[in-house]
Design a protein around this ligand. Structure first.
Ligand SMILES: [Zn+2]
Length: 419
């Protein structure tokens, strides 16, 4: 009995021990998993600077710094020797990066990079000649883009003009998709190819497409096409989308600060960032060093030229499209910050949203070749009007009267559309 009891007790003890062992084993495994997957690895809280490259063209150099995620930076120009440095906060530099990249293109002598202190990566551009620079962060993929220009853009020469057409999206990025499956990337490529064909008859006009087939081109590479070809105009073509299926119409954007919710939403979608992130970036552009982008935009003739171009294109689009799509809406010329339009020395640039693919009626129109042809002819008309009037200084002056962007936009828009 006792034996039996003892046996029973020892069996009970054995079971308890085995349960305990299982619990210990499970706990060890749990903490191991916790350590491997949750515990931070050393340095993971810092953004990694993984690569630095540059591309160069006449009068212009672009330096691209690849990052593991977006970060904040400050910049400063120093003399003797002439150099420009960027301090990237909360960052560490990858071991593989060579700390000096020779350039020698007449603008930059070299680019140097190093861990300045435990939290800061410093990137130094050794300058030969620099007229101006701009720098901005792209989010996805994360990059710091630094544009250095050696000379001011010349105003349009009637002898030779270069137009860059930029059909948005492409390849693995379909852009917005309609309810019936129509993809933005296909619609805008078709429209851009049509614009090119229409304008190819224009004398002294060279037309370059950022893509002429279904391939993905990163946003900074698109503006690079404009910069490397010393383009006179940059026209990015997109279709709009909204969670509100009844949203419809046409709007044309130019690069500038905005606090309009709808414009921020459109820019967020085209920039591949969330609306929240776009709002944060807008606040940065307004407040800190990046405000320099806005100063650049406001300082020279490009803003007036972009306003004029946007109005000509918007006017042509709205009046022609209304003949076939009776319910279209003129949503006007607007401002927002688009990564594709960023860069020092960018020519006058616009981004047109030519209809809403999210609206079932407009998706049906966009699927129709003749509708896309109307859109292409309108964009071509707007560009032609811009070129033919760009020799008249009075026109630019008349757009320059209002000092505040919103006033200007309203004034210009109403002048063109309430005829
Ligand atoms: Zn788009």
């Amino acid at each position: 009995m006792n034996k039996e009891l003892n046996k029973g007790q020892s069996r009970h003890k054995a079971v308890c021990l085995s349960v305990l062992r299982s619990i210990i084993r499970a706990s060890v495994f749990f903490f191991f998993i916790l350590f491997v997957f949750v515990a931070p690895s050393p340095g993971s809280d810092k953004t990694e600077v993984s690569n630095i490259s540059y591309s160069t063209s006449q009068g212009y150099t672009r330096v691209i710094v690849d990052l593991s995620r977006p970060l904040e930076f400050t910049s400063k120009r120093l003399s003797n020797p002439d150099r420009l440095y960027f301090d990237l906060r909360n960052a560490r530099i990858a071991k593989e990066i060579q700390n000096k990249l020779p350039v020698g293109d007449g603008i930059l002598k070299s680019v140097r990079a190093g861990q300045y202190d435990p939290d800061t990566v410093r990137i130094v551009l050794d300058l030969e000649t620099m007229e101006d620079f701009s720098a901005f962060i792209l989010d996805d993929p994360a990059k710091l883009v630094i544009d250095v220009s050696a000379m001011k853009r010349e105003r349009i020469s009637p002898a030779r003009r270069v137009l860059v057409l930029d059909p948005g999206h492409g390849g693995h990025d379909p852009g917005a998709i309609g309810r019936k499956g129509l993809q933005e990337k296909d619609v805008v490529l078709d429209i851009a190819l049509r614009v090119k064909e229409i304008l190819s008859k224009e004398p002294n006009l060279e037309i370059i497409l950022t893509r002429d087939r279904d391939i993905f081109i990163p946003l900074p590479d698109r503006s690079l096409v404009a910069l490397q070809s010393n383009a006179d105009l940059f026209v990015s073509i997109h279709v709009n989308a909204s969670p509100n299926r009844s949203a419809r119409g046409i709007e044309t954007y130019l690069q500038n600060w905005t606090n309009e919710e709808e414009a921020i939403r459109v820019a967020a979608r085209e920039n591949y960032v969330s609306v929240k992130r776009m709002r944060e970036k807008m606040a940065q552009y307004k407040n800190d060093d990046l405000g320099k982008i806005l100063t650049d935009l406001n300082r020279d003739y490009k803003r007036d030229e972009s306003i004029a171009l946007a109005n000509y294109v918007q006017h042509a689009l709205c009046s022609d499209v209304a003949k076939v799509n009776k319910r279209t809406a003129n949503l006007g010329v607007k401002s927002a910050m688009f990564f594709v339009l960023m860069g020092a020395n960018m020519p006058p640039s616009i981004l047109a949203e030519v209809s809403f693919i999210s609206n079932p009626d407009e998706e049906e129109f966009l699927a129709n070749e003749s509708y896309r042809s109307v859109i292409a002819h309108s964009i071509a008309t707007g560009i032609r009007t811009y070129f033919s009037s760009s020799t008249s200084p009075q026109r630019v002056a008349s757009l320059n009267d209002a000092s505040e962007m919103q006033h200007e936009r309203t004034a210009v828009t109403s002048r063109y559309f309430q005829q």
